[in-house]
Design a protein around this ligand. Structure first.
Ligand SMILES: C[S@@+](CC[C@H](N)C(=O)[O-])C[C@H]1O[C@@H](n2cnc3c(N)ncnc32)[C@H](O)[C@@H]1O
Length: 253
């Protein structure tokens, strides 16, 4: 904060506006069941959040940063349907601010493996299943801070073939399966934070699992979608909804 107590003022108008924005963000979360949801920048919110035990997130990977086989251009078939740029996708992801928590799970670890600390573990999300290869990648690397044996999570997720979500429409260009986030959450304890919650998949999984959740999303359009999905998850106890298919897991060796 750039408030100068002696001068009883801010350094500049911009400082004052930034401070007002930050206060507004932190003082106005949306509370749904055990979920506390903030619309704003996670890096601004992070130092002021209530207690967090685990981070489970699908960050913007910076794949729009350079062209290549995994660049934004190569996922354009999905992107075209949305025609909305993902905030943060034009800069490389920095995992450092999120490594302070006891448990951390990042999806898309292959995009920023060189910025991850030693000692964690990679897991393979096999999203092709037994189908033939397409242009898109067959899988994704999930990184966990705790060192555990490498696991393979088999969950088909491409085109119209998505083995979870109960046929709900896909509402975010990089939306992840609820069952994938459940797989990560099961391996953590306490309150889960998703600082890049997009359409709120991690929050939906937490609601279904009875876990406390804090979610942050910078894009108001996706924030509203996340609130709606999480509200629905609380409104539909598992007893009355078709439970999403469980991720199957295979040991590598
Ligand atoms: C890869 S997407 C997450 C998609 C999510 N897994 C889902 O299933 O919908 C990352 C999200 O982070 C958001 N984002 C980017 N920078 C952010 C920031 N600094 N603070 C909060 N959210 C941010 C983007 O708007 C985007 O929706």
């Amino acid at each position: 904060m750039r408030y100068d107590a002696r001068a009883n003022s801010y350094g500049s108008w911009r400082d004052a506006i930034d401070e007002l924005r930050r206060r507004h963000l932190l003082n106005n979360p949306t509370i749904l069941g055990d979920a506390t949801l903030y619309c704003g920048d996670c890096l601004e919110a992070l130092p002021h959040l209530p207690k967090v035990d685990a981070v489970v997130t699908d960050p913007p990977y910076g794949i729009g940063y350079k062209s290549g086989p995994n660049s934004a251009k190569s996922i354009s078939s999905v992107g075209k349907r949305f025609e909305r740029k993902i905030v943060g996708d034009d800069t490389p992801f920095d995992p450092l601010p999120f490594l302070q928590f006891a448990d951390v799970f990042f999806t898309g670890g292959q995009h920023f493996y060189d910025r991850l600390p030693k000692g964690g573990a990679f897991h393979v999300w096999n999203k092709r299943g037994d189908y033939k290869p397409l242009d898109q990648a067959d899988g994704d690397l999930i990184w966990s801070k705790r060192k555990t044996p490498l696991r393979i999570i088999k969950l088909v997720w491409r085109g119209i073939c998505r083995t979870t979500e109960n046929n709900d429409p896909i509402v975010h260009p990089t939306q992840k399966p609820i069952a994938l986030m459940e797989w990560c959450i099961e391996r953590t304890a306490g309150t889960v934070l998703d600082p890049f919650m997009g359409s709120g998949t991690t929050g939906v999984a937490c609601a279904k699992m009875g876990r406390k959740f804090i979610g942050i999303e910078i894009d108001p359009k996706y924030f509203d979608i996340a609130c709606e999905r999480i509200r629905k998850a609380y409104d539909q106890p598992d007893l009355f909804v078709e439970p999403p298919a469980k991720a199957t897991q295979e040991a590598l060796l």
